[in-house]
Design a protein around this ligand. Structure first.
Ligand SMILES: [Zn+2]
Ligand SMILES: [Zn+2]
Length: 333
């Protein structure tokens, strides 16, 4: 081969190389979708996981499988059906709809999906994914997601505990108008670890939270008067704020008032009044009060002894999540 030809071939080769870089095809993007039957991510129309038609949705009201936007049987809209399904308290049922709506950016579904990742429901437990879902929901303006994320940083169970980051999350929730966000900021001023302790500011934030509808926040105000945090101890004022919390619908306050009357702290001992407050708290779903009512019937505290009534309350308390009610229920059943 002569020199000129060699040079020409070399030039051609380098040109070809340059062109192959310049016009290289972009990496192939595999479009994935969420299977509406099982919630898995799938690249094909027939779900890789469950082999059902991934786009078909099951009508929440009549059970018909559909491809069109309205149910062929009952006329329910696909979006409405998916939203109802996503709100189902049973995670397994809700999962496919939650994952589908979350992929479309729905903040409430992103929060729920974050919780699924946190606990490993329907998906592998993955705390990084959980945090990313919660942040996306929060950044879309959904305060409950910031509150939930703040609690995760605060607790540091599956992740590094980070109270400063928790506070950031609570501030973001508060900026979105969340009363709970304000309550948490108050609690940081009360605690004095991340923020310098300041009972005055803590009280301000508790007030803000309470007045914006966080009934439990009145209890924090009451507690400050009870123990004299930044104010003179004033038991009457404390009682006034516990009552305010109860009136605003706080079951915790009703339960606590029951305890105060039963033990005669701050107020004169009054078993009947205590039982009244316990009943109110129990009606609002408070497990501790349900248990206290069971105990009152078991021992005849202000009522005729009735093991039947006692068991009824212990059962309710157990179902509401009281930690020892089930043991007591099984012992006396
Ligand atoms: Zn599937
Ligand atoms: Zn239908």
């Amino acid at each position: 081969m002569n020199y000129e030809l060699k040079r020409f071939l070399l030039l051609l080769l380098s040109l070809l190389l340059i062109c192959s870089f310049a016009f290289a095809a972009p990496p192939v993007q595999v479009q994935t979708k969420i299977c509406l039957y099982c919630g898995a991510e799938t690249a094909s129309d027939l779900c890789d996981q469950c082999h059902e038609l991934a786009e078909a949705w099951t009508c929440i009201s009549c059970g018909t499988r559909n491809l069109s936007d309205t149910c062929s049987q009952c006329g329910l809209e696909r979006q409405a059906s998916l939203e109802q399904q996503a709100a189902d308290p049973r995670p397994q049922l809700a999962f496919p709809a939650v994952r589908f709506l979350a992929a479309a950016g729905d903040p409430a579904s992103l929060l729920r999906l974050g919780q699924f990742y946190e606990k490993g429901i329907g998906v592998g437990k993955d705390i990084d994914q959980a945090v990313s879902c919660l942040r996306r929901a929060g950044e879309a303006g959904y305060a409950p997601a910031w509150i939930y994320l703040g609690r995760l940083y605060d607790a540091g169970v599956d992740m590094k505990q980070d109270p400063a980051e928790a506070l950031n999350c609570y501030r973001k929730a508060a900026d979105l108008g969340s009363p709970e966000g304000n309550w948490y900021i108050g609690s940081f001023y009360e605690e004095g670890t991340v923020l310098e302790r300041n009972y005055g500011l803590a009280m301000d934030y508790y007030y803000m939270a309470a007045e914006a509808g966080d009934a439990d926040a009145w209890m924090s105000v009451a507690y400050f008067y009870l123990v004299g945090n930044g104010v003179d101890i004033d038991k009457d004022k404390a009682l006034e704020y516990y009552l305010k919390a109860a009136e605003a619908g706080s079951h915790l306050a009703c339960d606590y008032l029951g305890y105060l009357y039963m033990t005669g702290s701050i107020v004169p001992q009054d078993t009947q009044k205590a039982l009244e407050w316990y009943r109110k708290a129990a009606d609002l779903g408070n497990p501790r009060s349900m248990y206290a009512l069971g105990y009152a019937y078991q021992c005849g505290q202000g009522v005729e002894i009735s093991m039947e009534e006692a068991l009824r309350w212990y059962e309710k308390a157990a179902l509401a999540g009281h930690p020892t009610a089930l043991i007591v229920y099984n012992a006396f059943k």
